[in-house]
Ligand binder design. Structure first.
Ligand SMILES: Nc1ncnc2c1ncn2[C@@H]1O[C@H](COP(=O)(O)OP(=O)(O)OP(=O)(O)O)[C@@H](O)[C@H]1O
Length: 695
């Protein structure tokens, strides 16, 4: 349900303009006070017989005054004002026309309405409500007949609350009905019969059924006293015929309740007992709850309203303080014997006057409109359902990107660290290369990368080299970084850098050389002749000579030499030994490597020879060799001639061999291949020397 909108509202406005459906007063959604009417019935025959006078007089249309001189309650008010008061001579039609119609016919305008009859037993409630219901239904049908542009559907249902049990008056079964609470509909009766009315006569017949079904009983005060609260509910649905079956079609739906309450009674007056007494207790109790709710509502506070204290107030809750327009007819007996009850009724009416309801026009969409609306709603909900999925997908993408960013940042950090380290090493190397002090070079840990020992068996040299390569992996990076800066992108230097990048590469290169011919080391440069020992030594010596000459210009030659000096770690060390191994076919002998009792002098000599073979530490190694031979300690002086250097190597080999033989002889561990190795090594040096001289 909702507010009227679109063309439907225009039609409805026109309709309202033709008829005073809303009573010309409050509109939809406005606050309305409960209309409180007072109707005084004539004295009954019994009351007249008892000689009771009429104690109440309606002095005008809104005020009723207590005229009696009977001193019941001196402090009680004598005059009561209501929306409308009807004296005993007024007909029910007047009551309806002047006090009820405005409220009751709101139902055709889509506004809920309720008409109550409240009063003591035998005060004329049923008498009044029967007439008011008939008048209302008559006017509703009259309205329908006058407005053929709209299609109406009337539905009717009826219940009674007897001893706090709800019963369907249109059902032959005497099954108690349960009440349910719904957020949209409010409190409703389960399985209540609702009949679609065909016409006015149909309704009359159903009302007759309800009268027959309702519990009544004879009391001292009323021969046909109603022992239950009766609620007749007439629902009116209307739609503009112009928009029927179209998307814009809407339906106004509202109900009017005709509530005929059971009358309050004093057991002493009604002289009830047994069942009647029990009925009276339930009646009074529920009426007391109704009075409490009205009083609470009339106070206008936000205090708790005990609607749930009785089924009567639960069912009537919308009519008392909700979406409805309400009229309460307070019925009085003017007789003296009912003065106290009449005062209570007037007090109840006085409270009800202050109760405010919030009536609204109730609009229900047609099935098509509802389907269309629901389809839109479903589409919207589906869109919302898809939205979280896309959001989650987006979140996953963002997470993945974040991971990538973190990974890249980590790589950048690592690369920066490597760059800083390389720059630091570069500075050190430049300092080492430029430093002419041999002692300083020897002591530089960064420049130490021992090539395979010349004095060791080839296999042992490879192992040693491999081990050193693993331990000094940073030095490979050092070489890789220095070469581009130093050589300016020399092609050969790149090859050297690649070879020395990793220990595995170094071993692989060494292995490849081992599988080549004896001149494999010399064929590293495509198209070049094999490099002789003399050339090796010359290449090793050249950078130092170049440096010593003070050549600040980095010509390709110097760059190439520097690059080779890095990669020549294998060329001049292990490669040379590999060549020797291949030439002599000397079996691998690891005894020198793993020999535990190796003399210290031997080790020192081996180390000296290593330096001698290494290009980077050539001057340093040479320095030791020269020292041992009493030669000059300067690099330039050490390499004044290739022949002299080769001679030194020969001598070193002999010294090495002699030392080794001496030591092994002492230890009784002479093995033939040791001698073969030394002899072969010496011969190899001699052959190289001869070759170099030929070349
Ligand atoms: N305005 C009236 N004019 C003429 N007779 C009336 C009027 N009101 C009530 N009566 C008569 O008074 C008697 C009691 O009326 P009614 O049964 O309607 O009272 P009640 O309030 O419904 O009583 P209860 O609560 O016991 O059901 C009936 O015989 C009824 O015809």
């Amino acid at each position: 349900m909702g507010a009227i909108g679109g063309n439907e509202s225009v039609q409805w406005d026109k309709m309202n303009g033709a008829e005073v459906v809303n009573g010309g007063g409050s509109g939809a959604g406005s606050l309305d006070r409960i209309q409180v009417l007072v109707r005084v019935r004539p004295l009954s025959d019994k009351e007249i017989a008892r000689g009771e006078p009429a104690e109440w007089e309606c002095i005008n249309d809104t005020t009723i005054m207590f005229r009696s001189t009977f001193p019941d309650r001196p402090t009680a008010p004598t005059a009561y004002t209501f929306d409308r008061v009807f004296h005993s001579e007024c007909s029910t039609k007047e009551v309806y026309q002047e006090g009820v119609k405005e409220v009751a016919l709101s139902v055709v305008g889509g506004i809920n309405s309720s008409v109550f009859a409240y009063g003591q037993t035998s005060s004329g409630k049923t008498y009044t409500m029967t007439g008011v219901t008939e008048c209302t239904v008559a006017d509703i049908y009259d309205y329908i007949n006058k407005h053929e542009e709209r299609a109406f559907v009337l539905k009717f249902s009826a219940i009674e609350i007897y001893n706090e049990v709800v019963r369907d008056l249109l059902s032959a079964e005497n099954t108690p009905l349960r009440l349910w609470d719904d957020a949209e509909k409010g409190t409703y009766v389960e399985n209540l019969t609702e009949v679609i009315l065909r016409d006015w006569n149909h309704l009359k017949g159903l009302i007759s059924v309800c009268e027959a079904q309702r519990r009544t009983g004879e009391t001292f005060l009323n021969e046909k006293s109603s022992r239950s609260h009766q609620i007749l509910k007439l629902t009116v649905e209307s739609s503009a015929r112009e928009f029927l079956g179209k998307d814009k079609s809407t339906t106004l739906v509202a109900s009017v309740n005709f509530v005929d309450l059971a009358g309050s009674e004093r057991a002493s007056q009604a002289m009830s007992a047994g069942t009647r007494l029990k009925e009276g207790c339930h009646i009074n109790k529920s009426l007391l709850s109704l009075g409490t709710v009205i009083r609470k509502l009339s106070m206008g506070s936000n205090a708790h309203v005990p609607y749930r204290d009785s089924k009567l107030t639960r069912i009537l809750q919308p009519s008392l303080g909700g979406n409805a327009r309400t009229a309460i007819i307070c019925t009085l007996s003017p007789a003296t014997s009912h003065i106290e009850q009449s005062r209570n009724t007037l007090f109840f009416g006085s409270c009800a006057k202050d109760v405010v309801t919030n009536a609204q026009v109730n609009v229900v969409m047609s099935d098509k409109t509802l389907v269309k609306h629901l389809q839109k709603e479903v589409a919207r909900l589906e869109s919302e359902l898809r939205q979280p999925v896309s959001n989650s997908s987006l979140e996953a993408q963002v997470k993945e990107k974040d991971n990538q960013i973190r990974k890249m940042e980590k790589e950048i950090k690592e690369l920066k660290s490597q760059r800083d380290l390389a720059q630091s090493r570069l500075q050190d190397l430049l300092q080492v290369v430029g430093d002419r002090d041999p002692k300083h070079q020897v002591s530089g840990k960064r420049s130490i990368r021992s090539p395979p020992s010349v004095g060791m068996p080839p296999s042992a040299s490879r192992d040693d080299s491999s081990q050193i390569s693993h331990d000094d992996s940073d030095h490979y990076k050092e070489v890789r970084c220095i070469e581009p800066n130093e050589t300016g992108g020399n092609e050969r230097l790149s090859l050297s850098a690649g070879e020395s990048t990793s220990p595995q590469a170094s071993n692989r290169n060494s292995s490849m050389r081992g599988n080549d011919s004896t001149a494999s080391v010399n064929s590293r440069r495509l198209g070049e002749p094999p490099i002789t020992l003399e050339q090796h030594l010359e290449n090793i010596r050249r950078p130092f000579i170049t440096k010593d000459l003070g050549s600040s210009t980095r010509n390709p030659s110097s760059c190439r030499v520097i690059g080779r000096s890095r990669s020549c770690r294998s060329l001049t060390g292990s490669t040379l030994l590999d060549e020797m191994e291949m030439e002599d076919c000397t079996p691998v002998n690891r005894s020198l490597v793993i020999f535990p009792g190796r003399p210290e002098e031997y080790q020192r000599r081996g180390s000296a020879l290593n330096y001698d073979a290494g290009s980077e530490t050539l001057s340093r190694a040479g320095s030791e060799i020269s020292t041992s031979k009493g030669a000059s300690k300067t690099g330039d002086a050490e390499f004044t001639g290739i022949g002299e250097f080769v001679a030194e190597l020969k001598e070193m080999a002999q010294v090495h061999y002699q030392k080794q033989l001496e030591w092994e002889w002492k230890e009784h561990r002479i093995r033939p291949n040791h001698g073969w190795f030394a002899i072969t090594f010496a011969m190899a040096i001699g052959i190289r020397e001869e070759t170099a001289g030929d070349h």
